[in-house]
Design a binder for this molecule. Sequence first.
Ligand SMILES: C[S@@+](CC[C@H](N)C(=O)[O-])C[C@H]1O[C@@H](n2cnc3c(N)ncnc32)[C@H](O)[C@@H]1O
Length: 257
Amino acid sequence: MDRKLTPGSPYDELAQAYDSPVNQAFYGAIADCLGAWVPEAGSHPERPRALDLACGTGTSLEALSARFPGYAWEGVDASARMIERARARPALESLALQVARAEALPHPDQSLELISSSFALHWFGPAAWSEVWRVLKPGGWFVGSVPLRGRRPAHPGNEALFRALLARRRQARSGAGAGLSEGQLRERLEGWSEVSFQALELEESFPGLAEMNRILTTRGSVQAIFGLPALPPETRAPEGELTFVWKIGFFRAQKPS
Ligand SMILES: C[S@@+](CC[C@H](N)C(=O)[O-])C[C@H]1O[C@@H](n2cnc3c(N)ncnc32)[C@H](O)[C@@H]1O
C-alpha cells in the first residue's frame, strides 16, 4: 500500500481547481519535456498500446497522445473526479480512461508497449513499480517525470517552503515530503535496461506567498510536501514576487526482452 493516499484521494477534492491556466502551463511544460523521452511507436499492423499512469485530468495524456499518435493511448488515475474531468476533454473522448490505482493495475500481464507517468510517481506505493513491470511487454518502455529531492535550490519561494516545512516537521504527516532522490529513482529502476536520466530545473514566479500557497495547494503539491491541506499560516517570505525552482527528474527505461 502507498503511504499517503487513503481511500478518497485528495485529488477528488482538488479536481475542480486543478485545471487552472497556471497549472495547465506547469504540467503542460513537464509533459512536453517528458515527450522527449518517449520512443516513436514504429510501424505495426496494430497500434501498440500505451498507458498514461496517473493521468489526472488529462494534461499529460492529451500532450503525449497528440505528439505520439502511433500509439493507442489510454489513461488511469486513482481519483474518480480527476478521471471525470479527463473524460470531459474533447481530445480524449475516444480514449479508454479508468479509475485504478498504480498499485493494482487492471491490465493483463505483458499487455502494454509503453507506460508514461508525469509528476505522480512520488505518490505511489512500492507495489506500483512491480505492477508497471508486470503489465509491460518484454522490450516495452517506461518513461516518467518526478519531482526530485536533494539540495534545495536557493530561491525565495523554495526558502519559504523549506522554513515552513522545518517549523512544522512534527505536524507534517509521516511520509510527507514530495519527491524521490536520484539515488532512489535509480534503485527502483534496477533490473531495467537502457536506463537514462536527466535532471532539469523549471522556474516559476508567483506574485507573493499567498498566491504561491493557493496555486501549490490546487496542484496537490502542498499536500505532497507537508501531508497537510495548506501551508501553515505563519509561513513568512519577502514581500513581492517569489521565484520557485522545481528540480524535476526525467527518465526512461526498457523492460529487458
Ligand atoms: C500532480 S497530478 C499529475 C496528473 C497528470 N499526470 C498531469 O500531468 O497533469 C498526480 C496524479 O496522481 C494521481 N495518483 C496519486 N496516487 C495514485 C495512485 N496510487 N495510483 C494512481 N493514481 C494516483 C492523483 O490522483 C493525481 O491525479
